[in-house]
Design a protein around this ligand. Structure first.
Ligand SMILES: Cc1cc2nc3c(=O)[nH]c(=O)nc-3n(C[C@H](O)[C@H](O)[C@H](O)COP(=O)(O)O)c2cc1C
Length: 179
């Protein structure tokens, strides 16, 4: 049966290479799962005062995560750290304590950056956060991609065959991980 994967992208940029990566993975993985990139642009900054009357975009985000069989986090690196939009989404989904929607979810993590570290620093910060919240995070293969817009062709497909194969292998392992 086809799995439902919720994709959380740590960039709101229209031309985000991480969103392009999400779309490319969605296409390459369409044989085993449907991928939905969750909208984060309207999710307000976390504020405990809002928890009495949780804003609708947060309720939608939580419901999408709750309903998913697995999660895929794809993120840029900002100043050697986790982009605020992604950390904000994780913080909202972690609440209320003990009743968050992240615990127990199988998940994988990856990211793409034009810089040489390929988001490794941001990912190494996000990993302990997700593990602490009980996310069942796949350890390997790691997905640290150094690339820019040229990684994709004009139609948004991965331009180079070796890169495409690398993503296909990543998805196979993720499929096994989800079980
Ligand atoms: C505020 C800011 C900080 C950044 N810091 C880093 C960084 O620490 N490491 C890195 O590899 N790239 C860094 N970059 C460059 C991003 O990798 C690049 O803008 C990338 O395209 C962002 O991902 P996106 O296209 O998915 O939005 C930074 C970009 C911004 C806007």
């Amino acid at each position: 049966m086809s799995k439902k994967i919720a994709v959380i992208v740590g960039s709101l940029r229209r031309e985000s290479i991480n969103r392009k990566l999400a779309s490319a993975l969605a296409e390459l993985g369409s044989g085993f799962a449907s991928f939905a990139i969750l909208p984060l642009g309207d999710v307000p900054m976390f504020n405990q005062d809002l928890e009495d009357d949780v804003p609708a975009p947060v309720l939608r985000l939580r419901e999408s995560v709750r309903a998913a069989d697995a999660l895929l986090f794809l993120t840029p690196e900002y100043n050697r750290g986790i982009p605020a939009v992604l950390k904000n989404a994780v913080d909202w989904c972690s609440r209320p304590t003990g009743k968050g929607v992240l615990a127990g979810k199988p998940a994988a993590l990856g990211g793409m950056s034009p810089g040489a570290v390929g988001t490794a620093v941001a990912q190494s910060q996000l990993k302990p956060v997700l593990l602490m919240l009980g996310v069942r995070l796949m350890g390997q293969p790691e997905l640290y991609i150094q690339g820019g817009a040229g990684y994709f062709d004009a139609g948004g497909k991965v331009a180079d065959e070796r890169n495409r194969q690398f993503l296909v292998n990543f998805l196979k392992r993720f499929e096994d991980w989800i079980g």
